[in-house]
Write a protein that binds this ligand. Structure first.
Ligand SMILES: Nc1ncnc2c1ncn2[C@@H]1O[C@H](COP(=O)(O)OP(=O)(O)O)[C@@H](O)[C@H]1O
Ligand SMILES: [Mg+2]
Length: 376
């Protein structure tokens, strides 16, 4: 069992490039025009022993760099990473007891699966243990794995390669599992199948794990907690239900959960919040020192938007998606407040092209400071 902690970890883009031997391939500047200097920009995170932590964020936000920093594959520019209180600075990747599975499998192409799985033991000059270990791992990997053992990676399908990569990771009996988008090269059906297999392995070993993905379904299915990353920083860490029910920022609210939370910008006038488009007025009966004139963004999930006959927002239905498990339909509307999503009961019989009124349920509003995007 291992608890991993990151304290104020920064990794400069130069260090990222250095670690990967790709000088000069610096990324585009940030949207505000400032040059980007850090792939990781002040990360504080605790991964408790036995839990699987998901790292979820869009492409380029620093997920792989975070995983590589934990593995010791990229040097820290600033900050500290500990395993069970022990500073990992100077501890080589091979000495950290981590097993890594990469997106591109990273198998040795000139070795058979058997040799790939046994490679770690060979490296340690423990060749005598290899047959026994490969047998054990094959048993854990389950049906059909043995048939892959004398093939080379070139003779295997993507799914089979990934199984071998996972087996190689297990064979070294790691204290920590690290996964970097292990399923994203697989087609949809295989992805779900392999996900189930990974889940079984994670449950079986219950070692500390870090699972990097840009796919929230994967994070939901495999992780105990999820860290939402954005531009080298962590926006929020929590169980999926927390991220969904109490997003810490508009960024999390629109990134996590499907569809993205509806957001309405507005201002407080005499304790009543009014949308900028003047079609919504909501008394804020809350003990918040909101302050007259304060700019506040209201958020409401699609399932908390209701059809209303009068008032509310008027919009035209442009797309419908069935939600059969709820006897409902997700309606996407074009409105003066932009695109909105509302989950409506089937009985309403809404059709594309209809103009309808909807309003957020006042019991289920999320309030954010418009300027900072932070939850109030
Ligand atoms: N070899 C490299 N050289 C320079 N910059 C890189 C290199 N690899 C990644 N980066 C930059 O580092 C940042 C983080 O990348 P990465 O950790 O790979 O993100 P993610 O895994 O979330 O897609 C990005 O801005 C990316 O452009
Ligand atoms: Mg990546």
């Amino acid at each position: 069992m291992t608890t991993i902690r990151l304290y104020e970890v920064r990794v400069s883009l130069e260090h990222v490039a250095l670690a990967q031997n790709t000088f000069g391939a610096l990324p585009p500047p940030l949207p505000n025009g400032a040059p980007r200097r850090y792939a990781l920009d002040g990360i504080n995170l605790e991964i408790r022993h036995g839990e699987t932590m998901g790292i979820l964020g869009p492409s380029g936000c620093g997920k792989s760099t975070l995983l590589r920093a934990i593995a010791g594959l990229v040097p820290l520019t600033e900050g500290i990473i500990t395993y069970d209180e022990q500073d990992m600075n100077g501890v080589l990747p091979g000495e950290r007891g981590v097993g890594i599975v990469f997106q591109n499998y990273a198998l040795y192409p000139n070795m058979t699966s058997y040799e790939n799985v046994g490679f770690f033991l060979r490296l340690r000059k423990r060749d005598a243990e290899i047959p026994q270990r490969v047998r054990e791992v094959s048993r854990v990997m389950g049906i059909g794995f043995r048939a892959l053992l004398d093939k080379h990676p070139g003779q295997l399908s993507g799914g089979e390669r990934q199984r071998v990569a996972v087996a190689r990771c297990i064979a070294r009996d790691p204290k920590v599992f690290l996964f970097d988008e292990p399923l994203s090269n697989l087609d949809a059906k295989l992805r779900v199948q392999t996900r189930t297999e990974l889940k079984r392995l994670i449950n079986r070993y219950r070692v500390t794990g870090v699972y990097v993905t840009h796919d929230q379904h994967e994070a939901l299915a495999l992780c105990d907690r999820i860290a939402i990353m954005h531009e080298g920083q962590i926006e929020q860490v929590g169980a999926a239900s927390t991220l969904y029910e109490r997003p810490f920022s508009t960024l999390v609210a629109t990134f996590f959960g499907y569809p993205p939370m509806n957001l309405f910008e507005g201002v407080v006038v005499e304790n009543i919040w009014q949308s900028n488009t003047a079609d919504l007025h909501i008394p804020l009966g809350r003990d918040l020192a909101l302050g007259e004139g304060r700019r506040i963004t209201l958020g409401a999930r699609a399932e908390h938007m209701h059809a209303v006959s009068e008032g509310g927002l008027r919009g035209q239905v442009i797309l419908l998606e069935p939600v059969p498990t709820q006897r409902a339909v997700l309606a996407y509307l074009e409105s003066p407040s932009g695109k909105l999503a509302a989950q409506l009961p089937l009985e309403l019989g809404v059709r594309i092209g209809d103009r309808i009124g909807i309003a957020p349920d006042p019991e289920h509003l999320h309030l954010f400071d418009t300027r900072s995007g932070r939850r109030l």
